[in-house]
Design a protein around this ligand. Structure first.
Ligand code: URA
Length: 471
């Protein structure tokens, strides 16, 4: 017998999960289920029969977390086979639990590619939506048109609510529209391009949204063009900007972006950091997310003058979800206080946002991140720096220095004086506080601790003296 399952929506993860669970508990083979989405092919297939009862003896269902994470993303893909492929993998995992880690397996790879395409589409929508204004009976409303490749609009709605909480806006797409009135999000049917105004995108909105994450010093034209397919170009105010950048006309853009990046009354930078933090919570850019408990994102005022960058969260940070709260954090806090720096006024983050460790009995032993892991995480650090735009960034130790300088750095040679980091921003390099904890000789430890405090104090004096232009 073939079971037909009709999901309410093309991204109905909960519906899929519930049905897949019932089918698996009833030992239904992958080819015993047909999956469709309500409305996809009229009522051609008629109503679904009730899901089958669990088999006797009962099945002990194994559903690894990594599978659920994969399914949550892949389900948003537009490929109609996604539901069946996920179910087939779920059934296989019952026999071969290790299959979820078998990167060479073609069916897993296919689903991972789908999940990746979905993540890219989510990112594109965030980067390329452009609002136009319309007036309705309640005043100004912002309307944008976007054509996603996958079913990502519902997933992305929260991001836009967070970023544009104070505005009334609509995002129209061919399959689904979302509308925010300042307090409630509602969904509506799909629309056409003609339903959205065609005049220029609203410069001010572009400034609050795009300006906050754009740093002309770091523009990589090739990467930008790759990320910004031509089909989006006509929709965007910065299309003109691209041409000028390519021609090397950086100055005008720098001025424009500098103005744009001023924190707006709506707390633009805070919203951008909050949205980034939310996105980073499900980061899969490198395998470190798997054993770690959570992403530990940066914290502090989004307009901080000074940014502190450590290596990666440690055991306690991983459990607490906050940077520098364990033993190294205590050394750092004491040194900051002695150096006259108020931690509450600093933005504190790490080069790598997941704890890397080796389990040893009940303990989790810190492992240094390798270059690929630092590189994979660089995207988050770059975004944090582009939003916060600190006047000075202090690298604590070799990993942070490497991430910021874009190459290996000899701490002993570069420490304690202003340097320029790879993106042109002003930097300062010093040791990592855990280095002080590891020194066995108490006299040397005390000498090094004092030097650490002096270097932090010198960095503070440098900023207070007005050095380090904003951005
Ligand atoms: N070490 C770091 O580099 N960062 C932390 O957040 C904690 C310890």
């Amino acid at each position: 017998m073939t079971h037909q399952i009709t999901l309410d929506e093309p991204d109905d993860f909960d519906g899929w999960r519930q049905a897949a669970r019932a089918l698996a508990l009833a030992r239904v083979a992958p080819d015993g289920a047909v999956w469709r989405v309500a409305g996809d092919a009229g009522d051609l297939f008629g109503a679904d029969a009730p899901l089958p009862p669990p088999s006797d003896p009962p099945v002990n269902l194994r559903v690894p977390r990594a599978f659920l994470d994969l399914a949550r993303s892949a389900i948003q893909h537009s490929d109609p086979s996604r539901f069946a492929r996920l179910y087939a993998l779920l059934i296989r995992l019952q026999r071969q639990p290790g299959a979820i880690e078998d990167r060479a397996d073609p069916s897993l790879r296919q689903l991972e590619d789908m999940a990746k395409a979905v993540r890219r589409d989510i990112h594109k929508m965030r980067a390329f939506v452009r609002f136009r204004t319309v007036m309705d009976q309640d005043g100004e409303r912002f309307v944008a048109w976007f054509e996603p490749q996958h079913h990502i609009v519902r997933h992305n709605a929260r991001f836009f609510v967070d970023r544009f909480a104070a505005m009334r806006w609509s995002i129209l797409t061919p399959a689904l529209s979302i509308h925010w009135d300042g307090s409630t999000l509602v969904e509506g049917p799909g629309a056409t391009r003609a339903d959205a105004p065609a005049d220029d995108p609203v410069e001010a909105i572009w400034k609050t949204y795009y300006g906050a994450i754009f740093n002309p010093a770091r523009v990589k034209i090739g990467a930008m063009l790759k990320e910004m397919p031509r089909k989006y170009w006509h929709n965007m105010a910065e299309t003109a900007l691209i041409g000028q950048l390519i021609a090397g006309a950086h100055q005008r853009e720098s001025r424009m972006i500098d103005t744009a990046a001023q924190p707006s009354p709506s707390g633009n930078a805070a919203g951008a950091i909050a949205a980034l933090r939310e996105e980073a919570a499900s980061c899969r850019r490198c395998p470190l997310w798997q054993p770690a408990r959570q992403t530990v994102f940066g914290e502090g005022p989004p307009d901080a003058d000074i940014m502190l960058v450590g290596e990666q969260p440690g055991d306690q940070e991983d459990l607490a979800g906050h940077p520098f709260v364990g033993p190294a954090g205590q050394v750092l806090d004491a040194a900051l206080a002695q150096a006259g720096l108020d931690r509450a006024r600093l933005y504190v983050t790490n080069a790598v946002k997941h704890f890397k460790f080796e389990p040893r009995g009940k303990r989790r032993i810190h492992q240094s991140p390798v270059t690929d892991e630092i590189r994979a995480c660089q995207w988050w650090l770059d975004q944090e720096r582009a939003i916060v735009r600190p006047r000075l960034t202090i690298a604590l130790g070799a990993t942070a220095a490497r991430a910021l300088a874009g190459k290996a750095v000899t701490i002993g040679r570069e420490r304690g004086r202003p340097v320029q980091f790879a993106d042109g921003g002003a930097g300062w390099i010093t040791v990592h506080p855990s280095y002080l904890l590891r020194l066995p000789d108490p006299e040397l430890a005390e000498r090094e601790r004092r030097r650490f405090v002096e270097e932090l104090a010198a960095a503070r004096a440098w900023v207070e003296a007005g050095a380090g232009a904003s951005g």
